[in-house]
Ligand binder design. Structure first.
Ligand code: URA
Length: 258
């Protein structure tokens, strides 16, 4: 058996075990090869600081179709996952939150953005990426000819860490299963990880984003593009060029998938 298949099966086994522990003992499987988005030309947008550099990394079409055929939606609705989360008290972040920030956008999308955790604005409104970093994310999404309504946006943790500190391991451990279920429900073609926490949690690595961004990685058959967090871009505008390169790769893959 090829090594990547073995790795996938090990991940799948782990995920099924997790579902069993959550009390879910059956999953419906439905084949679909549609990405849901028409091909649209990439247009440079205002967040882009300068000319795009490096070429687009191509992902083998065959591997994408293989993914589509072998990795399916869980069949669980986002509403069900939200209901299960309830008035969550699974970790200490619950004590300081105003609202749980579950996610926003559409479940019928080939593209999911995953951030770190809500900030003050998100906590107040109960919506992800609505503050200054969120406005930049909106521009990034629009730069690849999409709107926030056409994608899904969520975070590794759903409650605001005090003072916007980095979420701690126990908090990530308590919250990330809900993110994994959201992803399994949506089954996007591509996940864009914003920053280190999202990237490292999803890919199960401690490697810095700077070493991982710029190319696609695999998460259970989904193509994962790590990139800089929009909040980092606010502090380091020069890094916008990297993000522009990364989202162009995402756009190209969406176009390739038709
Ligand atoms: N930063 C994040 O990581 N997520 C948000 O929702 C807002 C800011």
């Amino acid at each position: 058996m090829p090594e990547d298949r073995q790795f996938y099966l090990a991940q799948l086994k782990e995920r099924l075990q997790y579902y069993r522990e959550m009390g879910i003992d059956s999953l419906s499987v439905k084949a679909s090869l549609n990405t849901g988005l028409a091909a649209t030309p990439v247009k440079e947008a205002s967040f882009r600081p300068g000319p795009a550099s490096s070429s687009i990394v191509s992902v083998k079409r065959s591997s994408l179709f293989e993914s589509s055929a072998s990795h399916q939606r869980s069949g669980e609705s986002l509403e069900n996952i939200r209901n299960d989360l309830g008035d969550c008290r699974r970790c200490k972040l619950c004590s300081g939150r105003t609202n749980i920030v579950f996610g926003s956008g559409t479940s019928q999308t080939p593209l999911v953005f995953v951030g770190e955790g809500p900030g003050a604005d998100e906590d107040a409104q109960g919506l992800p990426f609505v503050g200054a970093a969120g406005q930049l994310l909106t521009k990034i999404i629009e730069a690849i000819q999409l709107t926030r309504d056409q994608v899904y946006i969520c975070n590794i943790v759903k409650c605001r860490p005090p003072g916007n500190r980095t979420p701690e391991e126990d908090e990530i451990a308590a919250c990330s299963p809900f993110l994994f279920r959201q992803i399994d429900s949506i089954r996007p073609k591509i996940i864009c990880c914003l920053g280190a926490v999202a990237t490292q949690t999803l890919l199960g690595t401690k490697t810095p984003v700077g070493k991982l961004r710029g190319r696609f990685h695999d998460y259970l058959g989904i193509q994962v593009m790590p990139t800089w967090h929009p909040a980092y871009l606010l502090r380091n505008p020069a890094a916008k060029r990297d993000v522009w390169d990364d989202v162009k790769r995402i756009r190209a893959l969406l176009d390739e998938l038709g």
